[in-house]
Design a protein around this ligand. Sequence first.
Ligand code: XMP
Ligand code: MG
Length: 187
Amino acid sequence: MLSTNGKTSRIKVRDKFFNLYLEKEKIDRIVSGIATCIDLDYQGKNPLFLGVLNGAFIFASDLLRKVKIPCEISFVKYSSYQGMASGEKVNRIIGLNETIRGREIIIVEDIVDTGLTMAKLLGDLKAFEPASVKIASFCFKKEAFRENFTIDYCGLEIPDLFVVGYGLDYDGAGRNFPDIYQLDETQ
Ligand code: XMP
Ligand code: MG
């Protein structure tokens, strides 16, 4: 469905409808803001970005292209979601390695929901003795958050409603939408 500005205001992903929540132009401005903060905070350093697959692959690639300081990137793969429910158990599918030791790490995540996935990653990272660890998350569901770590670079606080697009998926689908869409609860 197209709105007056030519945007698709309502999409269907698998069996659910989602409404436009955040347009790609706004996403781009938010990512630029985070990159500028990182450039300032890490002057003279060479941080290692650690993207959390699958969801963060688009945010990580946009962020990396805006950051101007010397940096590197690696990825880990965790999963906890099944359908639309954040799972109790977090599985690490591909892992961390020795390249972490002594490095300034910036974790790049698409969304922090309950915080379980990030808490598990933060715990796992300790064994590799990084010099420092900060978190950049594009979205943050503050109302659903159950942990107590700080998100150093938070793109946007969002309501506790399922979102897709910009790397976020519903059962593997919908990651390719450039804008972010929110579940239509009226369906
Ligand atoms: P937790 O609850 O561990 O969840 O903080 C983090 C992971 O779950 C995924 N997630 C979502 N994916 N729409 C999505 O497409 C959402 O609203 C959503 N909430 C959580 C995400 O992969 C994240 O890494
Ligand atoms: Mg994710």
